[in-house]
Design a protein around this ligand. Structure first.
Ligand code: WAQ
Ligand code: MG
Ligand code: MG
Ligand code: MG
Length: 259
């Protein structure tokens, strides 16, 4: 395999997170991807950035892990309240106690960072105690060093286009969820976007797929985020965080996209 480079971007405005992205690319694509992320981070639906960071790191080839995309399905929901009820119900089905799932949803709804802002990364929630395990609750755990094998891109875009879902939010969230679901001790993930013009979100879990809900927040709402539910009793949390942040994961196998 040719060497891969991790390319990460984060953009902020007066210290507030605006957008971010993480890719794993071949050497000949590093420049193009840097430029693409620079342009994307500068102007975002959350606001124009006043600071932007780009990081490029060569990835240790021997460390690369491969995984599959989760199967995708959509639950049609009439409104935000129905979407949140359905998401809660799917989290419970995935093994998260209702009280723990409900508390995490409430935290995302009001802004999970201290003071109610948006976090750059995800909350890490113990399914047994409901406690938050991430060291920095303003930042959270930012999953990085993952991407889709370039040879799978066209197939994925076709599958998604057939369901009217071929947009960047879906493609990137699927890849992120693929890495998250491959992590040791991970029970489930809950997400909805912090982009004011994107109201969809999902619940994902190992062996359960990526189950999306078109409405998990009202249009115009700038609050969103992610919660990773973990089995705190049986998981080395430090190792889990290291895996999420550092281990390069390449998605080499497609999933199904259900109509
Ligand atoms: N690692 C951890 N948390 C992240 C990451 C990451 N790499 N990227 C984003 N987050 C967190 C962070 O708190 C953001 O504020 C929040 O998630 C939302 O990020 O239709 O667009 O990039 O199926 O705005 C999901 C639904 C869209 C897609 C998710 O998230 C669909 C989305 P965004
Ligand atoms: Mg983003
Ligand atoms: Mg994103
Ligand atoms: Mg966003």
């Amino acid at each position: 395999m040719a060497p891969l480079y991790s390319v990460r971007m984060r953009a902020s405005r007066r210290g507030e997170h605006m957008s971010g992205a993480e890719r794993l690319v071949r050497q000949e694509d590093v420049e193009t991807v840097c430029l693409e992320l620079l342009r994307r981070g500068r102007r975002h639906s959350r606001g124009t950035a006043d600071a932007l960071r780009l990081a490029v790191d060569l990835v240790e080839e021997a460390e690369i892990v491969t995984t599959a995309l989760p199967d995708l399905l959509t639950w049609q929901v009439a409104d935000v309240a129905a979407g949140r009820r359905a998401a809660l119900c799917r989290l419970v089905a995935a093994g998260v106690p209702e009280a723990v799932a409900g508390a995490a949803m409430a935290a995302l709804a009001k802004g999970a960072a201290p003071g109610g802002g948006v976090m750059r990364g995800a909350m890490l929630v113990d399914v047994h105690s409901g406690e938050r395990l991430e060291a920095d609750q303003a930042r959270g755990v930012r999953v990085s060093r993952m991407d889709l094998l370039p040879e799978l891109e066209a197939e994925l875009q076709q599958q998604l286009a057939a369901c009217g879902l071929n947009n960047r939010h879906v493609r990137e969230a699927l890849v992120l969820a693929a890495k998250v679901l491959s992590a040791p001790g991970l029970v489930a993930e809950l997400c909805w976007s912090d982009d004011p013009d994107y109201t969809a979100g999902y619940v994902a879990a190992p062996g359960f797929g990526y189950q999306r809900f078109p409405r998990l927040k009202p249009a115009g709402d700038r609050r969103g985020g992610r919660a990773f539910f973990v089995d705190g009793r049986r998981t080395d949390v430090e190792a889990l965080i290291r895996y999420l942040e550092r281990t390069p994961v390449l998605v080499t196998r497609p999933g199904r996209v259900l109509p």
